[in-house]
Design a protein around this ligand. Structure first.
Ligand code: SF4
Length: 375
């Protein structure tokens, strides 16, 4: 298997990453939300300075693809004018905050997310590594437990706030007024002890013992993200988390957009969406059962055209299962094990059951037809 190139940082707007189709400029919406004007503005900027394609990342971010180097300054200026850019690249790198999309105006969630972002921008904020992140999951029940985060804010079964270190099944009771300070203290604890670790769960799995107070059982998530109408608006899916600028502009006409880590957007207050090209509204659409990275040719490391292969495999993936199609062993689209993972190699495709893209394969050198028979 060819070793993937690890770049060692998460791209942002101020630290874009070069890909096979130009620069990838990642916008991190503050508090997990884009106002209608911001979403429309991103669509306009991406059309002017990128190749017209936009990705939704598994961290709830928006990636403008295909940006030309001579367009970058104008793009960043445009994003800055809409208050979508941090003061500097280090702050941007630290501000890795996922927010439950199901908050109501006036609830604490929005305030926690804003206060956490402010704390991460302070000069004395913990120097966390780039992939380290936070989840503000403070609705009545958790919905972000399967998404990547290292420090989580959740509620216990009685509705009390708890601070959670990812990888540990109990949380620390905290008060609303001190929750952000407690989160920063836990982040600093991680920084002080981490050694070579970049993620909380790995540090704990390596034997590190949390400070005292993590004694309250966490609730277990039973939420399964699906397109459909919710009391807060319409949840819509985007195949492979990618959309064209026209699709984003059309959605922006319907309402503000709340980001999710599920290749879906929540269109605020939408009760009856018109048909929008490229948007999945059927919760049984087979394309919701596949995830696929950018792959070749847009990613320089891609060893196959991941998305066209994934489209052909999707109808064969059983309902309730998930197939992760990866263009190389790096596994960008799904960092966790999946029921089925297909990894492109120089000799065809590897099939891995219940594993990650880099795990030892159950079968090698397969064609797409072989994979259909195997699943
Ligand atoms: S997993 Fe996909 S997107 Fe990530 S480096 Fe490999 S080919 Fe590129």
């Amino acid at each position: 298997m060819t070793a993937p190139l690890i770049k060692g940082y998460c791209p942002g707007a101020l630290r874009p990453m070069m890909s096979g189709d130009g620069l990838v400029v990642r916008v991190r919406p503050f508090n997990g939300r884009l106002r209608r004007a911001q979403a429309d503005g991103i669509a306009t900027l991406a059309a002017a300075h990128g190749n017209g394609l936009i990705d939704l990342s598994s961290r709830g971010n928006v990636q403008i693809r295909g940006v030309r180097e001579d367009s970058l300054a104008a793009l960043i200026n445009g994003l800055g004018a809409m208050s979508l850019v941090d003061a500097d690249a280090d702050i941007e790198s630290r501000r890795n905050v996922l927010v439950t999309p199901f908050w109501q105006t006036g609830e604490e969630t929005e305030g926690f997310a804003a206060a956490l972002s402010d704390a991460l921008a302070l000069p004395d904020a913990p120097r966390i590594p780039g992939k380290f992140g936070f989840a503000v999951d403070t609705g009545r029940t958790p919905v972000l437990q399967t998404a990547s985060a290292d420090i989580r804010l959740e509620r216990d079964a009685g509705g009390g706030l708890i601070l959670v270190a990812d990888g540990f099944d109990k949380g620390k009771p905290v008060a609303s007024g001190t929750v952000v300070a407690e989160a920063m203290a836990l982040a600093q604890w991680f920084v002080d002890l981490r050694g070579d670790h970049t993620r909380m769960a790995a540090l704990l799995a390596g034997g590190a013992a949390l400070p005292g107070g993590f004694i309250v059982p966490r609730q277990r998530q039973d939420y399964l993200p699906r397109p459909g109408y919710t009391p807060l608006g319409a949840m819509v899916g985007l195949a492979f988390g990618q959309l064209e600028v026209k699709t984003l502009a059309s959605l922006a006409k319907q309402g503000g957009l709340r980001m999710t880590p599920w290749r879906m957007l929540l269109v605020e207050s939408a009760r009856k969406l018109p048909k929008v090209r490229g948007v999945i509204t059927d919760p049984d659409d087979p394309l919701l059962r596949v995830v696929a990275c950018t792959g070749a040719p847009r990613c320089a490391q891609g060893l196959a055209k991941t998305r066209s292969v994934a489209r052909s495999l999707a109808p064969h993936v059983p309902p309730g299962s998930l197939l992760h199609m990866s263009g190389c062993a790096k596994g960008c689209a799904h960092a966790r094990p999946a029921p089925l993972t297909v990894t492109a190699t120089r000799d065809g495709f590897d099939l891995i059951r219940q594993g990650r893209a880099s795990d030892a394969p159950d079968a090698t050198s397969l064609t797409p037809e072989d994979i259909i028979k195997a699943i």
